[in-house]
Write a protein that binds this ligand. Structure first.
Ligand SMILES: Cc1cn([C@H]2C[C@H](O)[C@@H](COP(=O)(O)OP(=O)(O)OP(=O)(O)O)O2)c(=O)[nH]c1=O
Length: 206
């Protein structure tokens, strides 16, 4: 049986597609079926630290993705999932519910330092590999006008912590320590390592 030349990416995030493509990993999307409630996996439990939370959610995403494939054709490919969360101290900031929620998050992040955790999990047959990247991000001060204009751009929606390091938020990011790709949603070093761990060779394709 020949080795697969692409993987399943179980993610609706366009950033993850882009980042995976950056390291030359061809992929096909493996998205939730209409009867799945993907958001219901992202529940913060009492006592969760951000690192525990993000790794549990990623594991749950992987279990759901594997179940999706069960019984389907073409199973001989690795499946990859990830989850990103922003942590202000031990407070977990997910995706904003609406513009007001986005403003509230940005006010909390502005002028200070927070952490971003992204966990990645891969399964191929019986083999699994998981890793978690932690980065430290410092925002400059933001005026109410800055926040209002940024929220009006629409960029915060669908993003943990209500910002995108890869977008207009970069104008307010004074410093990052850690993994730029991890902040954006998929830590590429850890991803390549996890894929190699389950036996999938990255950078094989041109
Ligand atoms: C902090 C930060 C997050 N994000 C995004 C990455 C993720 O798409 C999103 C965090 O939400 P996630 O729940 O990790 O992912 P998702 O719901 O977008 O996709 P899926 O669960 O299907 O894989 O925030 C950025 O794009 N830039 C950033 O700087």
């Amino acid at each position: 049986m020949s080795a697969p030349d692409y993987i399943y990416l179980a993610s609706q995030s366009p950033r993850r597609r882009e980042l995976l493509t950056q390291i030359g990993v061809a992929h096909e999307l493996l998205l939730p079926t209409p009867d799945e409630d993907a958001e219901s996996l992202e529940v913060v439990l009492e006592g969760d630290t951000p690192a525990v939370y993000v790794q549990r959610v990623t594991t749950l995403k992987l279990i759901a993705a594997r179940a999706r494939l069960a019984g389907a054709r073409g199973q001989n490919r690795p499946i990859l999932c990830a989850d990103t969360t922003v942590a202000l101290g031990d407070t977990i900031l997910g995706k904003p519910e609406d513009a007001e929620d986005a403003k509230r998050m940005l006010r909390a992040l502005a002028g200070g330092t927070h952490r971003v955790f992204t966990a990645v999990a891969v399964a191929w047959g019986e083999k699994t590999a998981q890793a978690c990247s932690e980065s430290v991000v410092t925002f400059s001060a933001m005026s109410e006008d800055d926040i209002a204009a940024y929220v009006a751009s629409g960029e915060p929606m669908g993003k943990a912590g209500a910002y995108g390091v890869q977008g207009r938020a970069a104008a307010f990011i004074a410093r990052i320590e850690g993994s730029y790709s991890g902040i954006m949603g998929l830590p590429l070093f850890e991803t390549a390592q996890a894929l190699r761990e389950v036996g999938f060779a990255c950078n094989k394709t041109s």
